[in-house]
Design a protein around this ligand. Structure first.
Ligand SMILES: [Zn+2]
Length: 221
């Protein structure tokens, strides 16, 4: 990554978000195993790499990182770039830092959930975004086509992960209880993280100041 941040990719005239995966970044199938642990057991990979496959003791999906190879899958998220963006507060569209505002806030933008504003303590797997990049996302992002909500957030705090949870006995995936969601959210303190293969870093949002999305849309014109 240079001082200008990561390279920007375009596809059919539209900038490809930093966290979008490419068709060349195919998730390999890895056999799962049950491993002993201090907490009585955990899910693991056959031939697991202790440093590359886990973050803070939690197993993460394996994904190659070769941005720009193949075609972008704009409705999807690359797990490891999402984690990088969340950990360093990088913009989900351009991949550059969202630090540096005078009031120390970061902008968070989410698909509309029935008109409810972003609430105090709400959890999200969507990394922050710049105002100008949000304007672009609102125009082009498939997640935002049915409306969006936004807030300036003072304290985005580490909360947990989102991923696929597995049954400790059968090692079969457990369907998520969250309607319309593919991934289960598990806080760091939950024993369920031992049985989850993480695919997103999740933060909780504190010190939220709602933003009128119309204001962001206006920046695009
Ligand atoms: Zn940006």
């Amino acid at each position: 990554m240079s001082d200008d941040g990561p390279r920007q990719f375009y596809w059919r005239g539209v900038r490809v978000p930093f966290i979008a995966p490419w068709s060349g970044e195919k998730q390999p199938r890895v056999p799962l195993v049950l491993r002993p642990s201090l907490l009585g057991g955990e899910i693991g990979y056959e031939g697991e790499h202790p440093r590359l496959d886990r973050r803070n003791g939690i197993l993460w999906v394996r994904m190659p990182a070769v941005r720009g190879v193949g075609y972008p899958r704009l409705a999807k998220v690359h797990a490891l770039r999402q984690r990088q963006a969340m950990a360093h507060m990088l913009c989900q569209v351009c991949g550059r830092s969202t630090y540096g505002r005078e009031d120390g806030t970061h902008l968070f933008l989410m698909a509309d959930r029935g008109g409810a504003p972003i609430s105090e303590g709400e959890t999200t797997a969507m990394p922050p975004i710049h105002e100008s990049c949000a304007a672009e996302a609102l125009q082009h992002c498939p997640h935002m086509s049915d409306g969006a909500v936004a807030a300036w957030v003072k304290d985005p705090l580490p909360w947990g992960v989102a991923g696929v949870e597995y049954n400790p006995i059968t090692l079969a995936p457990i369907p998520t209880a969250r309607k319309g969601q593919e991934l289960t959210f598990a806080p760091y303190e939950s024993p369920r993280v031992q049985w989850t293969i993480a695919a997103r870093d999740v933060v909780s949002l504190h010190g939220c100041i709602p933003v009128d999305v119309k204001h962001l849309v206006a920046l695009a014109v």
